[in-house]
Design a protein around this ligand. Structure first.
Ligand code: SF4
Length: 487
């Protein structure tokens, strides 16, 4: 692969606990706003201290740092879908210091009604959507903090980029890039996880390493994770991810009603699930159709702004939980001990994360950068890989499954109607979950040798995304978003 790069591996970065409806438009902006709030408070306190020592008297120009005034400029896709994707409420919550993994989703939803023009949020915070593209990134935000209502005394200014999956970068004068990790922004100009013993930069390398060392892909992934986390931390973290995924499936299956946003999309997971149960009771063969209900359940929870895990993004959050939940239920039905099921979940997630890490390095998981192939295509590819591991597939078969699933999402555009993560997103999760299962099954039918490698497919996805007209990259300006009008 040309331009080989270090692969950044962190399972908790890929599977990050947050809330709907969009990882790059909800989770990322909330993290960015929280970080900027903390940053501007520090700058404010430093400026206040310097001013006081210079004057040797109480500073009259500063009010309390709780009285900072903010202006936030949104660019490109963040501006175009600011209301539908809940950017507004996320920024507000972040400026209050809320964390996407912990905040009550209902509280975030209550901050504004998210249907009106909320560009002037209140006298302290002004949000300015600006659909022009930021020179550095399509999902860009520029934050300004002032110490006065007239906004004459600028305390801090910073650009943030929401790069997908809830990850955030910011650019300082040094031009170093940062990514959030466990609540901190970490400089990724120097990769955080770099195992010199395991120089792994492409899937081809990963396969070679597995063969040389006689290990599987999940074991390779684990070796990287253990550079940053203890075995206990890793195990507990993987368990927590699954807990939230499982809850999102089960909660979603219980709810009905109309999803927010004004498109009047009804929740369907519950009725689909109930119908399938009934058909099964009548002796009909329902195959693996419940998988679709599980995927719909999570995607609907996401569209409703509820707690979900980015997998790898919010728009595609239903694929992996659906595939994994189906497997877990099958194991439970066969009375497989819980400890064994938990080990399987860990193997699945670590394998899936290897695929995501390579995609992120050489392409993108953000709809705003490469269209839906990067979101739902990546999720399907990751799920196919994880499931093949659970089927007992070899590393080559896992690579083959991931490639099959990704290949058949190439060219998929992002055109959410009204900028809401509902149509086509919700159904797309159900369809792509089934594609993932088919890809895993197909890969298990051969020994893993095939013509097009996963590495090449990832490069192809990146090039296709770059060639894709901007209106098909999460701007809600083309495709279904353009041709569907509500009266
Ligand atoms: S169309 Fe795909 S990429 Fe776009 S918002 Fe929906 S799920 Fe995400």
């Amino acid at each position: 692969m040309a331009n080989r790069k270090n692969v950044y591996i962190c399972v908790f970065d890929t599977f990050s606990i947050g809330l709907g409806p969009s990882s790059s438009h909800t989770v990322g902006p909330m993290r960015a706003a929280k970080h900027f709030f903390q940053y501007s408070r520090k700058k404010f306190d430093a400026q206040k201290k310097a001013d006081i020592s210079e004057r040797k008297s109480t500073n009259q120009n500063f009010s309390d740092s709780a009285n900072l005034y903010f202006t936030i400029e949104l660019y490109g896709s963040l501006a175009a879908t600011s209301i539908g994707h809940g950017v507004t409420n996320s920024v507000l919550a972040g400026l209050e210091g809320d964390d996407p993994a912990l905040v009550d989703p209902e509280y975030v939803k209550s901050l504004t009604d998210n249907t009106a023009d909320n560009s002037v949020l209140n006298h302290k915070i002004i949000l300015k959507p600006n659909v022009k593209i930021h020179p550095s990134h399509t999902n860009a935000m520029r934050f300004f903090a002032y110490s006065d209502k007239q906004k004459k005394n600028l305390i801090a200014e910073r650009d943030y980029f929401s790069i997908g999956g809830g990850a955030v970068l910011y650019r300082e004068k040094s031009r170093d890039l940062y990514r959030e990790k466990s609540g901190e922004l970490v400089n990724i100009a120097k990769p955080v996880l770099r195992n010199k013993e395991l120089p792994f930069v492409t899937m081809t390398d990963a396969l070679r390493l597995c063969e040389e060392k006689g290990i599987t892909l999940w074991q390779l992934a684990k070796e990287y994770e253990l550079e940053n986390y203890s075995a206990d931390e890793l195990e507990a973290g993987l368990k927590k991810i699954w807990e939230v995924m499982r809850e999102s499936v089960e909660e979603g299956l219980k709810k009905d009603g109309i999803l927010p946003g004004g498109l009047n999309v009804p929740r369907r997971a519950k009725s689909v699930f109930e119908r399938l149960i009934k058909e099964a009771q009548q002796g009909k063969n329902i195959g693996n159709q419940k998988l679709m209900a599980y995927a719909l359940a999570v995607a609907e929870q996401n569209a409703d702004g509820q707690r979900v895990v980015t997998a790898p993004t919010n728009g595609s959050a239903g694929v992996i939980p659906a595939v994994l939940y189906t497997w877990v239920r099958d194991q439970e039905a066969m009375d497989v001990p819980l400890s064994q099921i938990e080990k399987g979940i860990g193997r699945f997630l670590l394998t899936a994360n290897i695929i995501c890490s390579i995609i992120r390095t050489y392409a993108s998981i953000a709809g705003a950068e490469v269209g839906c192939q990067g979101e739902i295509g990546s999720a399907s590819s990751m799920a196919a890989a994880g499931l093949t591991e659970l089927y007992g597939g070899s590393s080559k078969q896992i690579e083959n499954a991931a490639e099959i699933a990704l290949e058949h999402h190439l060219g998929l555009t992002c055109d959410p109607i009204k900028g809401l993560v509902q149509i086509p997103c919700i159904e797309r999760n159900a369809i792509s979950a089934r594609t993932a299962v088919s890809a895993a099954q197909l890969a298990m039918c051969s020994q893993g040798s095939h013509l097009v490698s996963l590495d090449k497919t990832i490069i192809t996805m990146n090039e296709t995304g770059k060639d894709m007209n901007e209106k098909y990259r999460e701007t809600a300006l083309g495709g279904l978003a353009k041709n569907f009008t509500t009266c």
